[in-house]
Design a protein around this ligand. Structure first.
Ligand code: ASP
Length: 420
């Protein structure tokens, strides 16, 4: 069996949804688990809904949500004839769930509401595509993945309960395959044991696909994207970015760790652990070879460039001029663990240290408050973090010229530069 994941760009127009059908039709008679993201930029649009709701702007939240509703209903209308009513009914159930919540006042933390609202993007898109495929003769079974993927309640970055999920995958998926070869479901979302929706981090549906691939011992996983394969830099920013036809799991996990947007960082482990190859292919032309990621080591890679914007640098200074030794460091790591914060760079000195983080306002504030008991804290915002793997000095000079460099870290393989 194979696992496919189609990203949001592959279902953002009527023609592209039809194209997904054509690609799936190339794999007739194979058992497939297909994961489809929210359409286009729906996740971003849903984020705006939660932000408005949490800021107390109920009317604005409802209005923004109505735009999303209308877009999905219009798409369903264009695609469906015989199955339209059934599809509309199911879409309406998802709409109602969100609208109920938006009518309340927020009393819990932001991340909880984020997950309850944002998860609907994947439910709407998979619902429409599943009805469309069935109407077009590609028989498939739609699954609410929240019945399978059980997580903890670490909202927005939930952790999977592998034991429960494995049991569910084995009982549900195999049972359903006896009726339909194609199972169509969502990535990125899950549910707690109290039936609260959770999300696994942006771009998390690659990871969900890998969880299915691992638990079902898939022969391969394919991520269908709007690029030729894995590129050495973002082609929108760097037109001379190169396609890398082969990569090792080790290389990709490093790239993801440093923030490359290619694949969700958690995706590789479940595949590597079972030696399942990951294909990244272009949905615009499925005949192109794309990139294969596997256990095989690959030499002579081009420089790989990754830029993370919206970084915050936290300067931590010892309060009484004592060394930043193992005690304050272990306390700091404990706090980072509790707040689920992963610094992108740490630089230690005698009586100070610096942490570079993604600037997620609420988390940054929590961290600053918590470490204030041990250190004097200063924040510097709006920074960019450049990482180059397999770098050469010429490229490094070119990319940092005219920038005000604040921090630099270098190994033989990788250089990281934080700049204003
Ligand atoms: N729709 C989610 C996002 O845009 C998850 C995904 O597509 O992987 O991040």
């Amino acid at each position: 069996m194979k696992v496919f994941k189609f990203g949001g760009a592959s279902v953002n127009t009527i023609d592209r949804i039809k194209n997904v059908k054509d690609i799936i039709s190339l794999y007739a008679n194979e058992k497939l688990v297909i994961i489809i993201s929210a359409m286009g930029k729906t996740t971003n649009a849903l984020e705006k809904v939660v932000e408005a709701f949490y800021a107390g702007n109920k009317e604005e939240a409802l209005q923004l949500f109505t735009v999303i509703k209308n877009q999905h209903v219009t798409t369903a209308k264009y695609l469906l004839v015989t199955h339209y009513n059934a599809c509309y009914e199911q879409l309406n159930n998802f709409f109602t769930e969100v609208e109920w919540l938006l009518h309340d006042k927020p009393v819990r933390e932001f991340d909880y509401y984020y997950d309850q609202v944002v998860c609907v993007g994947e439910l709407l898109s998979t619902c429409i595509v599943s009805y469309y495929l069935n109407e077009a003769g590609v028989a498939n079974k739609w699954i609410d993945v929240r019945d399978i993927i059980r997580t903890d309640d670490n909202f927005r970055d939930a952790n999977i309960d592998w034991t429960y999920t494995e049991e569910k995958v084995k009982t549900m998926v195999h049972g359903l395959w006896s009726m339909d070869d194609i199972l169509l479901t969502q990535g990125f979302i899950g549910s707690t044991d109290e039936n609260e929706s959770t999300t696994l981090g942006r771009e998390g549906s690659d990871y969900t696909a890998a969880v299915f691939a691992n638990l079902l011992n898939a022969e391969s996983q394919t991520i269908w994207k709007d690029v030729e394969g894995v590129m050495s830099a973002d082609p929108k920013q760097f037109p001379d970015a190169q396609l890398m036809p082969e990569l090792s799991f080790d290389e990709v996990i490093e790239m993801a760790y440093y923030g490359a947007q290619v694949i969700h960082p958690k995706t590789i482990k479940p595949l590597q652990n079972k030696g399942i190859p990951l294909h990244v292919k272009c949905f615009l032309d499925p005949s192109l070879p794309g990139t294969v990621i596997s256990k095989k080591q690959v030499k002579h890679l081009p420089p790989v460039v990754i830029i993370k914007e919206k970084q915050v640098l936290m300067h931590l200074h010892s309060q009484d001029f004592s060394f930043v030794g193992e005690k304050p460091m272990s306390e700091l790591y404990k706090i980072l663990g509790e707040l689920n914060i992963k610094p992108n760079l740490i630089q230690t000195g005698a009586i100070s240290l610096q942490l570079c983080l993604d600037d997620r306002a609420e988390k940054t504030e929590h961290l600053a408050t918590a470490v204030n008991a041990i250190f004097d804290v200063q924040l510097e915002r709006n920074l960019s973090l450049l990482t180059i793997r397999h770098f050469n000095n010429e490229l490094l000079m070119k990319m940092t010229s005219g920038k005000q460099v604040i921090l630099k870290q270098q190994t033989p393989e990788t250089v990281q530069v934080l700049y204003r």
